[in-house]
Write a protein that binds this ligand. Sequence first.
Ligand code: ADP
Ligand code: MG
Length: 243
Amino acid sequence: MLEVKNLTKRFGDLIAVNNISFSAGQGEIFGLLGENGAGKTTTLRLLATMLKATSGTATLNGYDLIDEPEKVRSSIGILFGGESGLYDRLTAAENIAYFGELNNMSRQEIKKRIAELGEAFEMTDYMDRKAGKFSKGMKQKVAFARSIVHNPAIMLFDEPTSGLDVSAIRNVHDFIMACKQAGKTIVLSSHNMSEVEKLCDRIGIIHKGRLVAVGSIPQLLEEHGGSSLEEIFMRLVGDCNEL
Ligand SMILES: Nc1ncnc2c1ncn2[C@@H]1O[C@H](COP(=O)(O)OP(=O)(O)O)[C@@H](O)[C@H]1O
Ligand SMILES: [Mg+2]
């Protein structure tokens, strides 16, 4: 369970995230849909405790973002788009173990979990090989395994498919759906309308740091009047541009 309450982030004069509120429940995928510069990454970095909020807060897995950042950190898994961020000189297992240690897991827990994840992602063959020589697909699996090593209740995905080819995108979508099936609470940011339509239970349209609409697609269609998410998106984002 995740509840965001009036979260705001300023960078000097710029309000990157402007008083946004939304919630997501267990097994729910909440999509943050917005153009470049809308404030998606900043929102997710705030929730991941990587940035300090200017005002507002959030509750993640029952913990307050501002008062209990360490408990929040241990409740979330993060998969951000772009580079996988693996350490080339470490093996797959060592890469995963390192994240486990950061999350205060014991050696025994980590060992058990690596065995489980190796089976789940069919990567037992290369668990003890150095990540530097892995194919993109292998690196992707290690990144998935690493993000859930501590079995977090909440997953944050920031544009996880941007720049990927078709089969890699499919793997990410399958992984997100598997997280949903496992009952995790998920926030996914994207600028891709069809991705959001395919995966998300509820959507927040973010524009210039503000959430300009929130709801399921049927709710958005009803509230904002339109025949498609794209039409509503263009209208809301266009309207705001004119203000
Ligand atoms: N560290 C930062 N310092 C100053 N401005 C920033 C910083 N990070 C993001 N911004 C600005 O905040 C706004 C939102 O950025 P971002 O959250 O990255 O948007 P998105 O992920 O939706 O593309 C943009 O105008 C961006 O330039
Ligand atoms: Mg971004």
